[in-house]
Design a protein around this ligand. Sequence first.
Ligand SMILES: [Zn+2]
Length: 799
Amino acid sequence: MNFTKTHFILLTFLLVTGQVASQNKKPGSYPIEPVLFTSVHLHDNFWAPRIKTNHDVTIPFALGKCKETGRIKNFEIAAGLKEGNFCTEFTFDDTDVYKIIEGASYAMQISKDAALEARVDSLIALIGKAQEPDGYLYTNRTIMGDRAHEWAGSKRWEKEEDLSHELYNVGHLIEAAIAHYHATGKRDFLNIAIKSADRVCADFGPDKLHIYPGHQIVELALAKLYVETGDKKYLDAGKFFLDVRGPKGDEYNQAHKKVVDQHEAVGHAVRATYMYAGMADIAALTQDASYIKAIDDIWEDVVSKKIYVTGGIGSTGNGEAFGKPYELPNMSAYNETCASIANVYWNYRLFLLHGDAKYFDVLERTLYNAFLSGVALTGDKFFYPNPLESQGQHARSPWFACACCPSNVTRFIPSIGGYFYAQKDKSIYVNLFAEGDAQFTLPDNKVSLEQKTNYPWDGDIVITVSPEKSSAFELKVRIPGWAVNKPIPSDLYQFEDKFTEQPKVFVNDQLTPLTIQQGYVSFNRKWKKGDRVRIQLPMPIRRIKANDNVVADKDKLSIERGPLMYCAEWPDNKDKKVLNLVLSPEAELKTTFKPDLLKGLYTIDGKGLSATRVTSSEVKTESTDVNLIPYYVWAHRGTGEMMVWIPDQPTAARPLPAPTIASGSKVSASTPRRTLMALNDQMEPKDSNDQSIIFYHWWPMKDTMQWVQYDFEKPSLVSTSNVYWFDDGTFGECRIPASWKLLYKKGEEWVPVKNVSPYTTLKDQYSSVTFESVTTTALRIEITSPKSYSGGIMEWIVK
Ligand SMILES: [Zn+2]
């Protein structure tokens, strides 16, 4: 092992473990050094309970799910301990086990847990037995041989650029193994990962296989392994995987151009952002500025055009991808929880490269909002997408067939302390705020800092500085963008209201002039034990407006207080509805602390309007209270409406439906789903693929006869039916039906209506039919989809 000082500097960053101790910078590391989570102790009321819940609930729960779903059995079969076929759905299911071991390793560094350690040890022994003698580790092929998954191909690496995920599995294996080694000092898992990485290095390279990873992660993992072992072949392999990518592949996995020629964020958001983080690591290790230029440009593109006000990224479920510039729909917002985690990874690395607090303005927004929404307060339910609006079709789930998000949560939460501080020579950066303490080793001194604060509910932060001996050094405290009228470092979102009060800073109770450079206020002085810096960040309620180019947010505003975005949710509002609310720009808003609501939080309340449709052309409004909660905590009290972007004028509101035959009907279907509410919600589609509103579909079922049905409140005379079909275009699998017909209930029988006009199958408009009027209690549509396609409905009106 060739373990140098440079390696150590990077090691401390890359592992997010251990103490930072370095003085002289050499080429091949980040200019700014991390202060790792093991040096940071959070004892606040916001993050510390989350870290404990992750340890006590999420990790055991996720391990239980891995057992229940067959993920662990796959290793047992591959190891020859059990018989059978590969028993889960995806070739990357091995990685959930790796990620949970990684999370458990971090968690055990925060609080010892002998039982968890023993359980992890037995899993590692099993993984070792599942590994093939030459280092290849991929349970699907080991179990299935010639009959491997269709994604895996008939031989090793053959479909890597497509969907095999073989290198993705290796990437997560390496990350988990390094974490485990640092948590326990045991080398068994690390040795397994090294054997796998050696297989990769033997098979890929300039004079060997020229294949890029189909799903990125192995690049940053190999950089970690290089720093860990000092063996440059791993760095070379990580760099090779970046350089071999593009230009003849797809945008979907960022293979459409060479990575250094990429300047806009496109394609699958998690793949992309893991790659940008890997480019930052390899740029820092190799001093390759061309990677930095590319990711700097991509960052500008994301922050100016492709990020939600919650900090979520990846706006479209179509390919789990970045949308077009300013394409930020709210109800269909994808914002995968993994993409939020990856966005934190990437912005953190950009900060370490450039030292600007603007990256933390993005990181903090993502952390407190889009990411945190991804996991329930109880730690055992998760969102995969994190939308900004709901009609009640969204709920957190205990698990998913593709379980990347829950297992990613297990490893991310215990590492959060590692993002609070950083260090460069004799400068200490304070980047995030929470009650707790942290220890630093400066070139000539040891220092501890203690934060007293009730952040994120209050912007008053007192930092007590305790050097071992009195000495001069610099303390740089981030002044968040939201505290100086800059919610995000671009013109994508701006505060609409005027607020001129500046943050105040004090040293030992002496008010000090506020000078902000690169987002930091700097205190450069000789410190002695007990010196205190106090930062007072005013935390008024702010109204945010989106750039005019964001069509989805037109005539709407969103509400922020401190780092937290707020939303209106159904349990707190009149009629248990919110999408019909309007919040006028001048309405007075106030905060109230509710200690018993969802583990304690501040609500925001004010006066607004509620809109109700009286007839198809008439809407009435009346005064009402508008009550908001922090976005991260929505969807804890059952399913119903929620919105982040609230209309600020009645024309932008979606009125409560008018009483009609349809709105009073009970809706049922051959394929019942929560989205059936779309049929009679009186939300007018813009076209057959309008995913900004709720729609009902029966995908993935194809070549089936489907029906939907209205049971009326009372027997009604009907003679017209207008149905708006869902069709998700070129990339989707739902189409306008091949044919359909309408039946009414006569006694207990279903009888076809007698048509006056023919059945039509139109796209982007209603397909109407008139028929001889009947008095009935129920109507039913029977639908036949085109061959090999599925289908859906956006709205169904009957008269
Ligand atoms: Zn995910």
